[in-house]
Design a protein around this ligand. Structure first.
Ligand code: ADP
Length: 315
């Protein structure tokens, strides 16, 4: 541990000194994780950078630890600590690469979309129904691809800690209506309805919240029978707004609910084995909502459908 923290073998390393070497941005989370582990007498796992004491080198470390039962006022912490710098650097490179590729893919897709729209206008003038039908399918696929690319872009941003919020005041009910219309168009079939509750203004990153609603709606349709109804409702609760998306699909067990929002987590069951996905949608939603100081959670029972809800601060 001394070597990883940049000390010489004979030097002392106190708990406070070790914490001081964690950069400001990460320190509160490290302290909270360790304090929670002590309070709950449960093991902890954390990853963070540390700046070497003498060499000033930045290393990433992974710590697995726990507290033994306290003897009076003395708490004993033990665990293992390992150097994961190289792994982290590879992850950063991977994220930069995904970010760059996704960004590059976006430009031609935007051009493609514009040409399809132009062709559509032309086909309508010619009353060419075959072309109109084919173009509508092309447009759906372009929209699907655009949504995927946005997902990858967000993922690479989240994982390298660079998710940037561009907050503005907007009407959440308007956004929900727009997303429902788009989703119904892309997925063709799903009956998605909105329980109207008047205009509600929020202060948030419109594009990212759009992404969250798209993800939740897509899942509601994806993990349900083809024509099962999906209901969206929103309410004001104190100085927050709560949005819920209720499906009558396959549902989720209690053990899985606890892990849904982890990166790459997917439920493995008979019902889900043929449904494709990367398991990053809910992780992204959770990161976006957390950054807005909101909460996101799921309520469900296997076979009885699920309700996913999130909160956002009012505008
Ligand atoms: P993906 O859908 O790509 O697997 P997500 O992060 O969006 O990834 O979802 C994680 C997992 O949560 C899914 O694999 C699925 O098992 C479960 N899940 C998500 N939404 C629902 C839902 N509405 N009903 C049932 N299961 C769901």
């Amino acid at each position: 541990m001394k070597a990883l923290f940049g000390y010489l073998p004979g030097e002392d390393l106190s708990y406070e000194a070790a914490l001081a070497q964690v950069p400001d941005k990460y320190r509160p989370k490290v302290i909270a994780t360790i304090e929670e582990s002590r309070a709950r007498q449960a093991p902890f796992h954390l990853e963070c950078p540390v700046t070497g004491f003498h060499d000033r080198r930045e290393r990433w470390v992974r710590v697995l630890g726990g507290f033994s039962i306290p003897e009076g006022s003395i708490h004993h912490l033990s665990g293992v600590i390992m150097d994961i710098t190289e792994q982290k650097q590879n992850e950063l490179r991977k994220n930069r690469f995904i970010g760059m590729v996704s960004h590059e893919l976006k430009t031609p897709l935007t051009a493609l979309k514009a040409y399809v729209q132009m062709l559509n206008v032309w086909a309508k003038k010619q009353k060419d129904n075959f072309t109109i039908g084919a173009l509508s399918k092309v447009e759906k696929q372009i929209k699907k691809m655009a949504a995927m690319i946005t997902g990858f872009l967000n993922l690479s941003g989240v994982e390298s800690g660079m998710i940037h919020l561009d907050k503005q005041d907007f009407f959440l009910d308007e956004l929900i209506r727009e997303v429902i219309e788009e989703t119904a168009f892309i997925l063709a079939g799903g009956q998605i309805s909105l329980v109207e509750a008047g205009p509600l203004r929020v202060n948030a990153d419109r594009e990212k919240i759009e992404q969250v609603i798209i993800n939740l709606l897509n899942n509601a349709v994806k993990y349900s029978a083809k024509i099962a109804p999906v209901e969206v409702y929103y309410t004001q609760a104190g100085d927050m707004v709560q949005v819920s998306i209720k499906d009558s699909g396959i549902g989720i067990s209690q053990e899985d609910i606890a892990r849904l929002f982890e990166p790459h987590y997917r439920v493995e069951s008979k019902e889900t084995q043929n449904i494709k996905g990367f398991g990053i949608g809910l992780y992204l939603c959770a990161e976006i909502i957390k950054r807005h100081q909101g909460k996101i959670w799921a309520e469900s029972e296997p076979g009885k459908g699920s309700t996913f809800s999130f909160t956002l601060p009012l505008g």
